[in-house]
Design a protein. Structure first.
Length: 154
């Protein structure tokens, strides 16, 4: 996860529930001017976003960036595909994993790092329903233990 000097603009809350996250990467993103202003205002969503590798380039799709209010004619389509900036070697390694092992590439967060917009993407495997139930049961058990410890200490 991003460290100091970083301001998180959006997180994909469902990603940890829906997927096992194996590896994370930091990527730059190709934007037009009004999109950057809109991101700084915090008007973006990663809910339905996913990544695709096409012609050796990584693209983020279904990431919604609301049109900038003062942007008039310069605003672009809020759901347009946007190119992610990764090293060619990283892109090709991810492509190999996605092709063979049934992995997906999911954006986890969009953040500002030294005034640049960055996207944290992850190599993920989808969870089955029983995995989700297991995680929920584990979280519930932890919550109960924490509550019991708190009551015991008071």
């Amino acid at each position: 996860m991003p460290g100091s000097g970083v301001k998180i603009m959006a997180k994909n809350q469902k990603a940890h529930h829906e997927y096992f996250i194996d590896e994370t990467f930091e990527a730059g993103i190709e934007l037009v001017g009004t999109e950057v202003k809109s991101i700084r205002a915090g008007t973006l969503s990663l809910k339905e976003a996913w990544c695709q590798i096409k012609d050796g380039e990584m693209w983020i799709r279904q990431m919604h960036i609301a049109p900038y209010e003062k942007g008039n004619i310069f605003n672009k389509d809020p759901l347009r595909p946007r190119r992610l900036l990764l090293h060619k070697r990283e892109t090709m390694r991810l492509y190999g994993k996605v092709r063979q092992d049934g992995y997906s590439i999911i954006p986890l967060a969009v953040y500002l790092k030294n005034s640049r917009v960055k996207v944290e993407i992850a190599l993920c495997r989808g969870k089955k329903l029983y995995d989700k139930r297991e995680d929920a049961a584990r979280a519930d058990a932890k919550r109960q233990m924490d509550r019991a410890m708190k009551e015991r200490n008071h």
